[in-house]
Design a protein around this ligand. Sequence first.
Ligand code: CTP
Length: 423
Amino acid sequence: MVGFAQDFAAKELSGRHVLLGVSGGIAAYKAAALARELVKGGATVQVVLTPGATQFVGAATFAGLTGRPAHTGIFDEAHAIHHVRLAREADIAVFAPATANLIAKFAAGLADDLVSSTFTCLTCPVVVAPAMHTEMWSHTATQDNIATLARRGVLVVGPDEGELAGGDVGPGRLVDPATIVAAMAAALRPSRPLAGQRVVVTAGGTREPIDPVRYIGNRSSGKMGYALAAECSRRGARVELVSGPTWLPEPAGVSTHSVETALQMRDAVLELAVDADVVIKAAAVADFRPTVYHRQKIRKEHLELGSVELERNPDILAELGADRRRRQSEGAIPGPAPLLVGFAAETDLEEERGRDKLHRKGMDLIVVNRVDMADAGFNVDTNRALLLGADGLRAEVGLTTKAELAGVVCDQIEALLVQRQQS
Ligand code: CTP
């Protein structure tokens, strides 16, 4: 189900006229994959290239992939006022990769080649996917230019951190085509509060090792968390998925961090939450872990029944809630703390217990879901839930797929983000 998120997003662009601008960076070859993805989804793709881009990938490659000539020169069709026509035809424009130079031109309003001239004529939604060396990305000029574009309504997606040309490692990598497609689909929706937001999602159950062979675990499959990660990504969010062990395929366009124990999940979540806008804790975190981890397998004759001593795991969600309360009371919030969304696994939809957890852990929204039914709970594709919000929201969701429930939860998160922007 979730592995097809990329296809869903690409299909949302079906029938749309996409202007794809490519500038001169090594990541230009990935623009060919993006063009192919868009064409496969049913979009008409018109490619425009800077002279620098053609040093990396030729116009013939894009023409072959899109079935239309890829343009490079502003005077290719001077009689038709080329750049104006290209801009008018576009339902959405995407610039990938966007170099520091191209971003600077866009911010300054320069129009000295076909790509920048066309940009200045655009009235449709615009997505910019930067790619460059870390030093160029971090430079104040580039950061100021990006802030200018974002302020003017351009949806900036990426860059990712990772290995760059020449073997350096850092932020500057072009995000993958699936992430760009998801951002484009989100940019075309009338309301897109999750687009561009940083969302941390936890999924699956944790395993608490007793020895190298045995562990204490739970029956969570991760399906709900993965559905949420895919849905947030489809809506254009930058998703960091912190996942316990699972058999599920990695959702497209999502950056996945694999963990095993509750303590590893805590470390990953606390680090990622620092600059997150939303944290969704769908994981089933083990409440206890064995006090002692035996490095050697314990022979069964030495493993007495009832002899595994346990200690409490930290409550990650409660820690995030407490941290937010503390920062708010100190009035020292560097940026708004993330919205907190938690889950409660129940054998009945007990509202009082749900409300108690919501307030005790300082959440904005809790999804109380059934885990004891054949059609709701662990390792099935459907669920039943009760959504409770700190703002008084109460919404019952009858039998539904986990993908659809993810949509309902994301709708509520988007409503909360809008409330937050307005307050
Ligand atoms: N949670 C967490 N860290 C833990 C335990 C739980 O972050 N150590 C989060 C889960 O990810 C979930 C919510 O808290 O979002 C669940 O709260 P919890 O009180 O554990 O509820 P239940 O799982 O329903 O368990 P119980 O009713 O037994 O307390």
